[in-house]
Design a protein around this ligand. Structure first.
Ligand code: SF4
Length: 289
């Protein structure tokens, strides 16, 4: 087995070849996330990465898309990352795009010039988890950055002309911060104008701090209906000028929403209203415990 499990990739990378250049997440502190709790963050050696690329070349005759896992491949030192891109291009000349997860901190450590060089070498898209635009929520989930830093990181990606795909999480502020979370996240997304925005819904998972907070009554999760109200508030507060593909159709979501902002904003709000009015969501139960 070449992969160190568990292995995660964005849904849109379902048909990509995954090359695990790092293991785990460099941050690994977010209070809602259990993804890489079992892994110690490691950056593989260039030698090992090249060996794995050689191995995959022998296995696959045609690879159009490559995703560099695990949690934060962009943290790799610039010269080494450039070597990886060059080696991928050398071994997979048919590859049309390379994508990876980039944490805001890792993006901030790179200059726009470095990001532009990565683009020249084949980096097509960076997936960045925003989670929330509200500073109180960001602090309480231990994201490790504030909304200004998220904005700065995102704008750097945009300036380098690398496609930016972002995600936010409905319900992350709980009942107490729901309104602020929705409004401030909408405001941040408006300033960033990402190419893609995915809205997930909070799932309380065992082995996370947020799960424990919920158990001890220190975090009150939203009901299904409140989640939809929050997503509606978020959409209302998004005012992007350029095309942003909006998706809220992850397995965690109660209803499936798709559209392109700003064009489909009113349609999205209408769809959410119809779902709320007709109870097109799972139940009135509270999410979590
Ligand atoms: S949410 Fe992302 S940055 Fe936070 S711990 Fe999980 S993988 Fe790491």
């Amino acid at each position: 087995m070449l992969y160190d499990m568990p292995l995660y990739r964005p849904p849109s990378e379902a048909y990509s070849l995954i090359i695990q250049v790092t293991l785990g997440c460099s941050h690994n502190k977010c209070s809602f996330c259990s993804m890489y709790k079992s892994k110690k963050f490691t950056i593989k050696s260039l030698e090992q990465i090249k060996e794995e690329i050689d191995y995959f070349r022998k296995q696959y005759s045609n690879v159009e898309k490559i995703f560099l896992a695990d949690g934060d491949a962009l943290i790799i030192q610039t010269e080494k990352l450039k070597e990886i891109f060059k080696y991928i291009k050398f071994k997979f000349p048919e590859c049309e795009r390379i994508s990876l997860y980039g944490s805001p901190k890792s993006i901030l450590r790179k200059s726009v010039e470095e990001l532009k060089e990565f683009k020249e070498l084949g980096l097509y898209m960076i997936y960045m988890g925003i989670e929330s635009g509200d500073n109180f929520v960001l602090q309480s989930i231990k994201k490790g950055c504030n909304s200004d830093e998220l904005l700065e990181a995102a704008l750097k990606v945009k300036e380098s002309n690398i496609v930016l795909s972002t995600t936010v999480i409905a319900g992350l502020g709980g009942v107490e911060k729901s309104k602020n979370h929705a409004i401030n996240t909408g405001i941040l997304i408006s300033k960033i104008n990402p190419d893609f925005l995915g809205v997930l819904t909070l799932m309380l998972e065992e082995n996370t701090e947020l799960y424990e907070k919920n158990k001890t009554g220190h975090f009150k999760p939203l009901s299904d209906k409140e989640i939809l109200e929050e997503i509606k508030e978020l959409v209302k507060n998004i005012d992007v000028k350029k095309k942003c593909v909006f998706r809220s159709n992850h397995a965690s979501n109660y209803i499936s929403l798709k559209g392109v902002l700003p064009k489909n904003k009113e349609n999205l709000i209408r769809d959410i209203n119809v779902s709320i009015k007709n109870n097109y969501f799972k139940s009135e139960n509270l999410r979590g415990l």
